[in-house]
Design a protein around this ligand. Structure first.
Ligand code: MN3
Length: 196
């Protein structure tokens, strides 16, 4: 659960720990500039609505349509609150050392047939997303696993799903090292995803 006031999480590893797959400069700018901007903006919005400050950000996004707030603030909360949660997960699931999640692998195998098939499915979503967005492995309300992508910073919580793996395919996540070569970045991601 993530509550106001939001803050930039520490990485559990150094900026350059994911090299050569993701370079240190990208990691540093991505977290301390891009992610920080989402944190600051999300805080600015909630500063206007004391009633909402005690609610987890996950719940605010789940109930976004019903929030009694200004429409422009609603859109900004979707973008910046989503941006904050999406990035927290992204930093968390990566690392220089594998911390394999055996339960998740078992579920993935049940759902997709094999880890290889799952990787194919997530890769297809990551490469098929036109423009900026994310590719996701999520758990739906009925506890089934689903792979899809969202545009911009749209969070799976908006549709009531819990994100388990999030792959950032905004150019800021890979442009310094890979330029236009998103497929190479997506392939590299599997090396730094610590859960598999
Ligand atoms: Mn990003």
């Amino acid at each position: 659960m993530t509550k106001y006031p939001f803050s930039l999480p520490e990485l559990g590893y150094n900026d350059n720990a994911l090299e050569p797959y993701i370079d240190g400069q990208t990691m540093n700018i991505h977290r301390t500039k891009h992610h920080q901007a989402y944190v600051s903006k999300a805080n600015e919005i909630l500063a206007k609505y004391p009633d909402l400050q005690s609610q987890p950000l996950e719940d605010l996004l789940r109930n976004l349509n019903n929030l009694k707030i200004d429409e422009a603030d609603k859109a900004a909360l979707k973008n910046n609150g989503g941006g904050h949660l999406n990035h927290c997960l992204y930093w968390e699931i990566m690392g220089p050392k594998k911390e394999v999640d055996a339960d998740l692998i078992e579920k993935v195998e049940e759902t997709f047939g094999s880890v290889a098939e799952f990787k194919k499915a997530l890769t297809a979503q990551a490469l098929g997303r036109f423009g900026s967005g994310w590719a996701w492995l999520t758990e739906t309300k009925d506890k089934t696993l689903k792979v899809y992508s969202t545009a911009n910073q749209d969070s799976p919580y908006l549709q009531g799903d819990k994100p388990l793996i999030g792959l950032d395919v905004w150019e800021h996540a890979y442009y310094l090292k890979y330029q236009n070569r998103r497929p190479e970045y997506v392939e590299a991601f599997w090396n730094v995803l610590k859960l598999f």
